[in-house]
Design a protein around this ligand. Structure first.
Ligand code: ZN
Length: 281
């Protein structure tokens, strides 16, 4: 008899004291979530894309503290398993994003438009799993939010752009900044529904660069791709967004969006930017 063993969906890596990266590797999602453990409580930063596996069992193997969820933004590949835990905290500006990304009809349209016919088959299992997990107990916060896990304070840094309520989480204890989709290797998407204009993201990128230069964080822990992300990404994204604002960046068409590159990174824009005068950006 041949025994096949499925590879675990979540891979755990200790990245700092009481801090773990939880990599979700499924056919549909390559996400990185994080677990922060304090004296009294623990928090999971982002919860991947809804899947058959349970994130909760991965987390309870690492801590016996009560676990909250802190979300970097409301996209489906970040909120998927939030309903398996206690309260799920999200910036109030992402209420409409979270609502849309929990709606099967919206997700089907998004997947079809973004991925095209070749990957349309992906939509059905993804949507089925999104609707199979109970909805999270959402709690909404504003721009000035600090969490305390017990001897471990974590400050919210608003970075609107990728979504209106995108945030990073600044963990002074370990010098880590958890950045979601706002500062990862490869690119930042600003062409999707609910994305804000690049001028708004430029301010967010400058905020991250300012924090980095002030020594507030040493490690950028992103929601996708390599972790930690390259140290000079805040600088590259600020320069890339700046080049869009001042018109020096070349806006190139792609099938579903437009792209501006700068060194190792890119920013996507709606195709309408191809025809837009520089002063209107
Ligand atoms: Zn996202």
């Amino acid at each position: 008899m041949r025994v096949t063993r499925r590879r675990p969906e979540w891979r755990v890596t200790a990245i700092a004291r009481d801090t773990y990266a939880l990599e979700q590797k499924s056919p549909y999602a390559q996400c990185v979530d994080y677990l922060l453990v304090g004296r009294d409580r623990a928090a999971v930063i982002d919860t991947g894309l809804a899947s058959r596996g349970a994130l909760r069992s991965v987390v309870t193997a690492l801590t016996d503290r009560p676990v909250d969820v802190w979300l970097t933004h409301g996209h489906a590949d970040h909120i998927g398993h939030a309903g398996e835990f206690g309260a799920a905290y999200l910036h109030e500006a992402d209420r409409p994003v979270q609502a849309a990304h929990s709606d099967p009809a919206f997700l089907k349209r998004l997947l079809r438009e973004e991925m095209g016919a070749a990957l349309a088959a992906v939509a059905r299992p993804v949507v089925r799993r999104v609707t199979a997990i109970p909805p999270a107990d959402y709690r909404w916060f504003g721009d000035d939010q600090v969490f305390d896990l017990g001897g471990r304070e974590v400050t919210v840094v608003p970075v609107p752009g990728h979504t209106p309520g995108s945030v990073c989480y600044l963990d002074q204890a370990t010098g880590g900044l958890f950045t979601g989709d706002s500062c990862c290797d490869w690119g930042v998407l600003l062409h999707l529904e609910f994305c804000l204009p690049p001028a708004v993201y430029l301010e967010s990128a400058r905020r991250l660069l300012g924090l980095q230069r002030a020594g507030a964080f040493r490690f950028n822990w992103p929601g996708h791709h390599g972790f930690p992300a390259a140290a000079d990404l805040p600088e590259q994204y600020a320069a890339c967004a700046e080049s869009i604002a001042d018109g020096s960046g070349v806006v190139r068409p792609r099938r579903h969006h437009a792209v501006v590159r700068y060194r190792d990174v890119l920013i996507t824009l709606p195709r309408t930017y191809l025809a837009q005068p520089v002063g209107r950006r």
